[in-house]
Design a protein around this ligand. Structure first.
Ligand code: ADP
Length: 587
């Protein structure tokens, strides 16, 4: 029942709709009291022979009118009440999505996609059901139940009413217990559903790899075990679920038994007429629905409450990175990196130590070093996925945490190691950050990224659909399309995080040459494994174990003993070996 308190903000805001629906429900409850009364009157009238056929038809006419009006009112409140609950679904999903888009990579390491999707769909549906159907059944059962009770006790006999209600408190306690059990079990069932969703999502996205490694059987077995676990947990919910109705029926049976027993005794005693007892039994019949509804309401609301707490857990998570309040100063500015120390949340060892650099507009910074040296970490600090623990990164001399996050990110264009393409046309993928871009603009950046010719060779050129995640394209083509996409943003700072790894040496050289021209007055930061990508850089940072082991320009570093010179020589040798046959063919 705590769900109603948790959703109080929504009920207060939408009070008009809810109040209107509740008022109609009350009117319907009152209208429903008319038929038993009328039937009682007819029975007494007919048994005592003082009603004409015409009078009986009049009463029947009244019953028909009541039925029609009830039908219409029921329609209207449904529209009001369920309209409000569907609106709640829209808002919860919007909040949820907004929350997801505010979060940073670290959040997505902790929460898996399948789980998040389960919460955004299945759990929201449960809450919405509780806010619609749950409210309806609560109001309907309470209003209807109370009105029937009042009529039974005032119109017929309060003693008989009291007698027949004796089983109810026990029933209420039992139902409450079931409700608590249902809450716990349903939460576990939803968590199991999330895990199943994760497994499904993972299997679908890695289907190529699964097939390549012949892991179908293993994957199917894993899936089957998740499905069985979810099934078992839902079965536990169903077991509690199944106890509600029989309990109610037992309580109603006992109430009927007490009513008929006590009522017959009163008829014999002369304190009740047969018609009144008939009416009383019918009123008691009217209590069946409110009581079943009350139990059902418990069921729905406990499920909704469990689901809502899963949604709220997500909504309550604060992003690790807080938004700043200052607008980003206009124009091109220096980027000053002065990190004394950075450690990831929940990590003991610092990942970066004493990393500093100053980048003037138009300069190109190269970053290299062995895997795990901290290159991606440095780039993600510049993008403010995390904040520097000790020291800072400044733009225009303003520390990044003081800048508005969206405004800062809009100054950056980032190409990651693993480019992501949407299942849309090539042109739309390039124009992702600038939907209104003209064909000329798109082709211009595609030329800069040396992918224009490749695109023309595709079946429908720029209009070719690339398939899910760009399955139609090679790794190098995807990388270059992502570069074109970033260039179209016309951002001030371009970050290439090993974005040329799948591109051959000559194309890489061409792209870098184009970038130098494009990037006049713009800052470019390139992290690369292949050092040939860094030859043009104004400064290269060689990172090792989280600190800068060497720094300087290519010429200088390739002569200085150290990791850079060794790696450069090794890569040159490798390139000579792999390029030689191609050149022989070309010749
Ligand atoms: P590089 O890009 O040079 O290969 P990274 O910046 O990815 O290196 O990683 C540097 C170090 O930080 C590694 O030891 C890695 O395990 C650690 N690391 C990376 N991401 C996280 C994270 N989210 N939480 C904790 N440690 C991390």
């Amino acid at each position: 029942m705590r769900l109603f308190a948790q959703l109080g903000w929504y009920f207060r805001r939408e009070w008009r709709r809810y109040l209107g629906a509740v008022a109609l429900l009350i009117i319907i409850a009152i209208l429903q009291l008319i038929p038993p009364k009328v039937v009682g009157v007819i029975v007494d009238g007919v048994t005592e022979h003082h009603y004409t056929a015409q009078q009986v038809w009049m009463w029947v006419g009244l019953l028909v009118i009541v039925a029609v009006v009830t039908y219409l009112l029921r329609y209207v409140w449904r529209v009001w009440l369920f309209g409000a609950s569907y609106q709640l679904a829209v808002e919860l999903r919007e909040d949820f999505y907004r929350q997801l888009s505010r979060q940073h990579p670290e959040f997505y390491l902790r929460h898996r996609t399948g789980d998040l999707m389960a919460r955004a769909t299945n759990d929201v549906d449960r809450v919405v059901f509780a806010a619609g159907e749950g409210v309806l059944t609560l109001v309907d059962s309470l209003v209807m139940g109370c009105v029937v009770l009042v009529v039974m006790s005032t119109q017929i006999s309060w003693q008989l009413t009291l007698l027949s209600l004796l089983p109810m408190p026990i029933m209420a306690l039992v139902i409450k217990r079931y409700g608590d059990q249902l809450h716990q079990r349903f939460k576990l069932a939803q968590a199991a559903f999330s895990a199943l969703n994760d497994r499904t999502q993972e299997s679908m996205t890695s289907i190529r790899m699964i097939k390549a490694f012949g892991l179908e059987d293993r994957q199917s077995a894993l899936f089957a075990s998740e499905a069985a676990d979810t099934g078992a947990k839902n079965m536990r919910v169903a077991r509690v679920d199944a106890r509600f109705d029989p309990t109610i029926y037992i309580a109603i049976g006992m109430a009927n038994m007490l009513a008929i027993g006590g009522g017959s005794w009163m008829v014999v005693n002369g304190s009740l007429t047969l018609g009144q007892l008939t009416s009383f039994a019918m009123y008691l019949g009217l209590m069946i629905w409110p009581m079943l509804a009350l139990a059902w309401m418990f069921n729905i609301v406990e499920r909704g409450s469990a689901a809502y707490s899963r949604i709220r857990d997500m909504l309550a998570e604060m992003p690790v990175v807080k938004d700043g309040s200052q607008s980003v100063p206009e124009g091109r500015g220096n980027l000053t990196i002065a990190i004394r120390e950075f450690r990831y949340p929940q990590t003991e060892q610092p990942t970066l130590n004493n990393v500093s650099a100053v980048l003037n507009p138009g300069q190109m910074l190269g970053i290299c070093g062995p895997t795990g040296a901290g290159k991606s970490t440095l780039l993600s600090l510049i993008q403010r996925h995390f904040d520097v623990t000790d020291g800072d990164i400044r733009f225009h001399e303003v520390p990044l945490p003081q800048l508005k996050l969206d405004a800062w990110r809009s100054r950056l264009a980032v190409v990651n190691q693993t480019p992501f393409l949407f299942s849309d046309s090539v042109a739309s993928n390039i124009a992702l950050g600038k939907p209104g871009a003209t064909q000329e603009e798109i082709e211009h950046v595609a030329r800069l990224a040396s992918v224009h010719e490749d695109i023309l060779r595709l079946p429908q050129g720029y209009a070719t659909e690339v398939g899910e995640r760009g399955v139609m394209l090679s790794g190098g083509q995807k990388q270059r399309i992502s570069i074109a996409r970033a260039l179209l943003l016309n951002a001030e700072i371009l970050i290439l995080d090993d974005a040329l790894s799948a591109v051959d040496g000559r194309t890489e050289h061409q792209i870098l040459h184009n970038l130098r021209q494009w990037g006049e007055g713009r800052t470019v930061i390139i992290s690369a494994h292949r050092l040939s990508a860094l030859t043009e850089a104004s400064e290269i940072l060689v990172m090792q174990h989280g600190h800068i082991a060497q720094r300087g320009q290519h010429e200088q570093l390739s002569r200085q003993p150290g990791w850079y010179r060794d790696m450069y020589r090794y890569q040159q040798l490798e390139a000579a070996l792999t390029d030689a046959p191609e050149e022989a063919i070309d010749a």
